[in-house]
Design a protein around this ligand. Structure first.
Ligand code: MF3
Ligand code: CO
Ligand code: CO
Length: 270
Protein backbone atom coordinates (compact mmCIF):
# COMPACT_ATOMS: atom_id res chain seq x y z
CA UNK A 1 0.00 0.00 0.00
CA UNK A 2 1.04 3.56 -0.70
CA UNK A 3 2.08 5.01 2.68
CA UNK A 4 1.47 8.57 1.45
CA UNK A 5 -2.23 7.79 1.58
CA UNK A 6 -4.32 7.81 4.75
CA UNK A 7 -2.07 10.47 6.34
CA UNK A 8 -2.69 14.07 7.39
CA UNK A 9 -0.78 16.89 5.66
CA UNK A 10 1.02 19.55 7.71
CA UNK A 11 -2.16 21.63 7.35
CA UNK A 12 -4.19 18.81 8.90
CA UNK A 13 -5.83 17.81 5.63
CA UNK A 14 -6.56 14.09 5.36
CA UNK A 15 -5.28 12.25 2.29
CA UNK A 16 -7.81 9.50 1.63
CA UNK A 17 -7.05 6.17 0.01
CA UNK A 18 -8.12 4.85 -3.37
CA UNK A 19 -10.84 2.65 -1.87
CA UNK A 20 -12.37 5.65 -0.07
CA UNK A 21 -13.60 7.24 -3.30
CA UNK A 22 -16.32 4.57 -3.50
CA UNK A 23 -17.67 5.62 -0.11
CA UNK A 24 -17.85 9.26 -1.22
CA UNK A 25 -19.46 8.28 -4.51
CA UNK A 26 -22.28 6.47 -2.72
CA UNK A 27 -22.91 9.29 -0.24
CA UNK A 28 -22.64 11.95 -2.91
CA UNK A 29 -24.99 10.09 -5.21
CA UNK A 30 -27.69 9.83 -2.56
CA UNK A 31 -27.45 13.54 -1.66
CA UNK A 32 -27.64 14.51 -5.35
CA UNK A 33 -30.53 12.14 -6.02
CA UNK A 34 -32.49 13.68 -3.17
CA UNK A 35 -31.92 17.14 -4.66
CA UNK A 36 -33.07 15.83 -8.06
CA UNK A 37 -36.18 14.24 -6.59
CA UNK A 38 -37.17 17.27 -4.49
CA UNK A 39 -37.48 19.54 -7.56
CA UNK A 40 -41.18 18.79 -8.28
CA UNK A 41 -41.99 19.58 -4.65
CA UNK A 42 -40.90 23.21 -5.02
CA UNK A 43 -43.87 25.33 -6.13
CA UNK A 44 -45.85 28.45 -5.18
CA UNK A 45 -47.88 27.75 -2.02
CA UNK A 46 -45.57 24.95 -0.80
CA UNK A 47 -43.79 25.41 2.54
CA UNK A 48 -40.10 24.84 3.17
CA UNK A 49 -41.13 22.84 6.23
CA UNK A 50 -42.96 20.37 3.98
CA UNK A 51 -39.97 20.19 1.62
CA UNK A 52 -37.79 19.35 4.60
CA UNK A 53 -40.17 16.65 5.80
CA UNK A 54 -40.08 15.04 2.34
CA UNK A 55 -36.27 15.16 2.40
CA UNK A 56 -36.25 13.56 5.86
CA UNK A 57 -38.39 10.74 4.48
CA UNK A 58 -36.15 10.31 1.42
CA UNK A 59 -33.07 9.97 3.61
CA UNK A 60 -34.89 7.45 5.76
CA UNK A 61 -36.21 5.46 2.77
CA UNK A 62 -32.64 5.19 1.47
CA UNK A 63 -31.55 3.65 4.79
CA UNK A 64 -29.15 6.56 5.31
CA UNK A 65 -28.81 9.23 7.99
CA UNK A 66 -29.08 13.00 7.92
CA UNK A 67 -25.83 14.69 8.96
CA UNK A 68 -27.62 17.87 9.99
CA UNK A 69 -30.28 16.49 12.36
CA UNK A 70 -28.67 16.88 15.78
CA UNK A 71 -25.65 18.74 14.40
CA UNK A 72 -24.89 21.51 16.94
CA UNK A 73 -28.57 21.38 17.91
CA UNK A 74 -29.90 21.79 14.35
CA UNK A 75 -33.14 19.85 13.94
CA UNK A 76 -33.74 19.48 10.19
CA UNK A 77 -32.55 17.30 7.31
CA UNK A 78 -31.96 20.35 5.12
CA UNK A 79 -31.14 24.02 5.20
CA UNK A 80 -33.46 26.03 2.95
CA UNK A 81 -32.27 29.56 2.29
CA UNK A 82 -34.65 31.88 0.47
CA UNK A 83 -34.02 35.17 -1.35
CA UNK A 84 -31.78 37.32 0.89
CA UNK A 85 -30.96 34.36 3.17
CA UNK A 86 -27.34 33.45 2.46
CA UNK A 87 -27.23 30.02 4.13
CA UNK A 88 -28.45 27.93 7.10
CA UNK A 89 -32.10 28.93 6.54
CA UNK A 90 -34.38 26.92 8.83
CA UNK A 91 -37.38 25.20 7.16
CA UNK A 92 -40.65 26.83 8.22
CA UNK A 93 -44.39 26.81 7.55
CA UNK A 94 -44.29 30.01 5.48
CA UNK A 95 -45.60 29.49 1.93
CA UNK A 96 -43.41 30.03 -1.12
CA UNK A 97 -44.40 32.99 -3.29
CA UNK A 98 -44.08 33.49 -7.03
CA UNK A 99 -40.46 34.29 -7.91
CA UNK A 100 -38.92 33.13 -4.62
CA UNK A 101 -35.48 31.61 -5.11
CA UNK A 102 -34.21 29.05 -2.67
CA UNK A 103 -31.11 27.05 -1.95
CA UNK A 104 -31.70 23.56 -0.61
CA UNK A 105 -28.66 22.06 1.13
CA UNK A 106 -28.61 18.39 2.08
CA UNK A 107 -25.90 16.37 3.80
CA UNK A 108 -26.32 12.62 4.21
CA UNK A 109 -24.24 9.91 5.81
CA UNK A 110 -23.98 6.61 3.94
CA UNK A 111 -21.89 3.88 5.57
CA UNK A 112 -20.04 6.57 7.52
CA UNK A 113 -19.28 8.75 4.46
CA UNK A 114 -20.63 12.30 4.11
CA UNK A 115 -22.23 13.67 0.93
CA UNK A 116 -22.91 17.43 1.04
CA UNK A 117 -24.51 19.35 -1.82
CA UNK A 118 -26.83 22.26 -2.44
CA UNK A 119 -28.42 23.93 -5.40
CA UNK A 120 -30.92 26.62 -6.35
CA UNK A 121 -34.64 26.22 -7.06
CA UNK A 122 -37.35 28.69 -8.01
CA UNK A 123 -41.04 28.84 -7.11
CA UNK A 124 -43.07 30.08 -10.07
CA UNK A 125 -41.46 32.45 -12.49
CA UNK A 126 -37.77 33.33 -12.30
CA UNK A 127 -37.07 37.08 -12.56
CA UNK A 128 -34.29 38.27 -14.86
CA UNK A 129 -32.12 39.47 -11.99
CA UNK A 130 -32.52 36.22 -10.04
CA UNK A 131 -31.73 34.27 -13.17
CA UNK A 132 -28.51 36.23 -13.63
CA UNK A 133 -27.52 35.72 -10.00
CA UNK A 134 -28.17 31.97 -10.20
CA UNK A 135 -26.26 31.64 -13.45
CA UNK A 136 -23.21 33.52 -12.19
CA UNK A 137 -23.18 31.56 -8.91
CA UNK A 138 -23.48 28.23 -10.73
CA UNK A 139 -20.72 29.14 -13.16
CA UNK A 140 -18.53 30.45 -10.32
CA UNK A 141 -18.70 27.03 -8.62
CA UNK A 142 -17.52 25.41 -11.84
CA UNK A 143 -14.68 27.95 -12.22
CA UNK A 144 -13.59 26.79 -8.77
CA UNK A 145 -13.94 23.11 -9.67
CA UNK A 146 -11.87 23.65 -12.83
CA UNK A 147 -9.02 24.86 -10.62
CA UNK A 148 -8.95 21.55 -8.72
CA UNK A 149 -5.95 19.40 -9.70
CA UNK A 150 -2.81 18.20 -7.95
CA UNK A 151 -0.22 20.97 -7.71
CA UNK A 152 -2.71 23.84 -7.73
CA UNK A 153 -3.52 25.49 -4.39
CA UNK A 154 -6.68 26.24 -2.44
CA UNK A 155 -5.97 29.91 -3.18
CA UNK A 156 -6.30 29.12 -6.89
CA UNK A 157 -9.84 27.87 -6.26
CA UNK A 158 -10.85 30.98 -4.33
CA UNK A 159 -9.19 33.26 -6.83
CA UNK A 160 -10.99 31.65 -9.78
CA UNK A 161 -14.37 32.06 -8.05
CA UNK A 162 -13.81 35.62 -6.83
CA UNK A 163 -12.47 36.86 -10.16
CA UNK A 164 -15.43 35.44 -12.03
CA UNK A 165 -18.06 36.77 -9.61
CA UNK A 166 -16.59 40.26 -9.37
CA UNK A 167 -16.24 40.50 -13.16
CA UNK A 168 -20.04 40.20 -13.14
CA UNK A 169 -20.30 42.98 -10.51
CA UNK A 170 -21.59 40.66 -7.82
CA UNK A 171 -19.91 39.84 -4.50
CA UNK A 172 -18.55 36.72 -2.82
CA UNK A 173 -19.56 36.07 0.79
CA UNK A 174 -16.49 35.90 3.08
CA UNK A 175 -18.20 34.81 6.31
CA UNK A 176 -18.82 31.17 5.27
CA UNK A 177 -16.62 28.75 3.39
CA UNK A 178 -16.34 25.24 2.04
CA UNK A 179 -14.68 22.52 4.11
CA UNK A 180 -12.90 19.23 4.07
CA UNK A 181 -15.21 16.25 4.54
CA UNK A 182 -15.10 12.49 4.22
CA UNK A 183 -15.75 10.34 7.25
CA UNK A 184 -16.49 13.64 9.05
CA UNK A 185 -18.78 16.54 8.17
CA UNK A 186 -16.43 19.49 8.61
CA UNK A 187 -12.65 19.08 8.58
CA UNK A 188 -9.66 21.15 7.49
CA UNK A 189 -9.13 23.05 5.33
CA UNK A 190 -11.45 26.03 5.18
CA UNK A 191 -12.13 26.31 1.46
CA UNK A 192 -12.35 30.05 0.85
CA UNK A 193 -14.27 31.30 -2.15
CA UNK A 194 -11.94 34.29 -2.57
CA UNK A 195 -8.19 34.74 -2.39
CA UNK A 196 -4.91 34.97 -4.19
CA UNK A 197 -3.63 32.52 -6.79
CA UNK A 198 -0.77 30.36 -5.58
CA UNK A 199 -1.54 30.79 -1.87
CA UNK A 200 -2.79 28.24 0.65
CA UNK A 201 -2.22 24.50 0.89
CA UNK A 202 -1.25 22.58 -2.26
CA UNK A 203 -3.92 20.23 -3.61
CA UNK A 204 -3.04 16.55 -3.53
CA UNK A 205 -4.72 13.42 -4.80
CA UNK A 206 -6.90 11.99 -2.02
CA UNK A 207 -8.19 15.30 -0.63
CA UNK A 208 -11.98 15.45 -0.27
CA UNK A 209 -13.74 18.79 0.29
CA UNK A 210 -16.70 20.96 -0.65
CA UNK A 211 -16.79 24.07 -2.77
CA UNK A 212 -19.91 26.09 -2.02
CA UNK A 213 -19.73 29.73 -3.05
CA UNK A 214 -22.39 32.13 -1.80
CA UNK A 215 -22.83 35.11 -4.12
CA UNK A 216 -24.74 38.32 -3.39
CA UNK A 217 -26.20 40.82 -5.83
CA UNK A 218 -25.21 43.59 -3.42
CA UNK A 219 -22.52 43.80 -0.76
CA UNK A 220 -20.83 40.69 0.71
CA UNK A 221 -21.56 41.35 4.42
CA UNK A 222 -23.85 38.99 6.28
CA UNK A 223 -25.43 38.80 9.72
CA UNK A 224 -26.88 35.89 11.67
CA UNK A 225 -30.46 36.29 12.94
CA UNK A 226 -31.58 35.79 16.57
CA UNK A 227 -32.33 32.10 15.86
CA UNK A 228 -28.51 31.69 15.77
CA UNK A 229 -28.63 29.94 12.37
CA UNK A 230 -30.17 32.02 9.59
CA UNK A 231 -27.51 34.09 7.81
CA UNK A 232 -28.81 36.98 5.70
CA UNK A 233 -27.27 39.71 3.59
CA UNK A 234 -26.88 42.90 5.63
CA UNK A 235 -28.11 45.03 2.72
CA UNK A 236 -31.08 42.66 2.06
CA UNK A 237 -29.80 41.94 -1.46
CA UNK A 238 -30.52 38.55 -3.04
CA UNK A 239 -28.06 35.72 -2.44
CA UNK A 240 -27.48 32.37 -4.18
CA UNK A 241 -25.33 29.29 -3.55
CA UNK A 242 -24.35 26.01 -5.19
CA UNK A 243 -22.32 23.28 -3.49
CA UNK A 244 -20.54 20.15 -4.63
CA UNK A 245 -18.47 17.60 -2.72
CA UNK A 246 -15.35 16.81 -4.74
CA UNK A 247 -12.20 14.72 -4.58
CA UNK A 248 -8.79 15.45 -6.04
CA UNK A 249 -7.77 12.69 -8.46
CA UNK A 250 -4.37 11.89 -9.98
CA UNK A 251 -5.00 14.30 -12.83
CA UNK A 252 -7.90 16.51 -11.80
CA UNK A 253 -11.16 16.32 -9.96
CA UNK A 254 -14.08 13.99 -9.35
CA UNK A 255 -17.47 15.49 -8.45
CA UNK A 256 -19.11 13.13 -5.96
CA UNK A 257 -22.46 14.96 -5.92
CA UNK A 258 -23.10 15.18 -9.67
CA UNK A 259 -26.83 15.15 -10.47
CA UNK A 260 -27.75 11.69 -11.84
CA UNK A 261 -30.43 13.32 -14.02
CA UNK A 262 -28.53 16.44 -15.07
CA UNK A 263 -30.73 18.79 -13.06
CA UNK A 264 -28.08 20.55 -10.98
CA UNK A 265 -28.87 23.90 -12.63
CA UNK A 266 -32.54 24.83 -12.06
CA UNK A 267 -33.33 25.66 -15.66
CA UNK A 268 -31.28 22.92 -17.33
CA UNK A 269 -32.42 19.35 -17.76
CA UNK A 270 -36.11 20.14 -17.36
N1 MF3 B 1 -24.59 21.56 4.71
C1 MF3 B 1 -24.00 22.74 5.30
C2 MF3 B 1 -22.64 22.90 4.68
O1 MF3 B 1 -22.58 23.01 3.50
C3 MF3 B 1 -23.94 22.69 6.78
C4 MF3 B 1 -25.26 22.77 7.41
S1 MF3 B 1 -25.08 22.59 9.10
C5 MF3 B 1 -26.63 22.80 9.68
O2 MF3 B 1 -21.61 22.82 5.29
F1 MF3 B 1 -26.59 22.41 10.89
F2 MF3 B 1 -26.99 24.06 9.50
F3 MF3 B 1 -27.47 22.04 8.96
CO1 CO C 1 -20.80 22.08 2.99
CO1 CO D 1 -24.04 21.85 2.48
Amino acid sequence: MDERKGRLTKDGIRIYQDADYAGMQAAGKLAATILDDIAPHVFVGQTTGEIDRIITQMVDDAGARSATIGYKGYQHASCISMNHVVCHGIPSEKKLKDGDILNIDVTVIVDGWFGDTSRMYVAGKLSRKSERLIQVTHDALFKGIEAVKPGNTFGDIGHAIQTYVEAHRMSVVRDFCGHGLGRVFHAPPNVLHYGRAGTGPILEEGMFFTIEPMVNLGRPETKVLADDWTAVTRDKSLSAQFEHSVGVTADGVEIFTQSPSGKFHPTYGE
